[in-house]
Structures are given as structure tokens and as C-alpha cells.
Design a protein around this ligand. Structure first.
Ligand SMILES: [Zn+2]
Length: 85
């Protein structure tokens, strides 16, 4: 009975060793991701904040009522201005 457990233990270790290869591939993919992000940054579109006119990347910009904003603060400011008018 103990022999069976030892065999299972050895098989488990072998399985772990074999399983390391996919993990290495995953780390390679992860190292590829930053370069992919760099490509995204090159194509990034800069948008002007409706309230403070700061340029924000399209990824960070917040679209609200057909206008782009750099932050929720600027949306609130715009909303305040609209309410004051
Ligand atoms: Zn802003």
C-alpha cells in the first residue's frame, strides 16, 4: 500500500515537472504583453477634456453626454455649470 503511495508521489512530481513547461509559456506570453501595450500606446488617440482642456488618452477618457472628460471631477464641474445656467 505504501509503495502505491510512493508511485503516486513520484507520478505527481513528474506531473509537476511536466506542468512547468506551460507555465514558462505563460510567462513568455506575459513578457509579450507589454510590447503589445506599447503598440496600443502608439495608436492611442488623445482627447481633450471638455472642462479643463487637458489631453487625455482615449483609454482613460470618460465619455459622458457625448463629451470626453479626464476625470469624474470634471464631469461634476460640467454638470454644475449646466445647472447654474
Ligand atoms: Zn478635465
Amino acid at each position: 500500500m505504501i509503495k502505491i503511495l510512493v508511485v503516486i508521489g513520484v507520478l505527481f512530481l513528474l506531473y509537476k515537472v511536466l506542468f512547468k513547461k506551460p507555465n514558462n509559456n505563460r510567462s513568455n506570453n506575459a513578457s509579450n504583453n507589454p510590447s503589445f501595450k506599447e503598440d496600443e500606446l502608439k495608436e492611442e488617440i488623445m482627447l481633450e477634456c471638455f472642462t479643463c482642456n487637458i489631453l487625455v488618452s482615449q483609454n482613460e477618457a470618460i465619455l459622458d453626454n457625448k463629451a470626453y472628460f479626464c476625470s469624474q471631477e470634471c464631469i461634476d464641474k460640467r454638470n454644475e455649470d449646466v445647472n447654474n445656467r
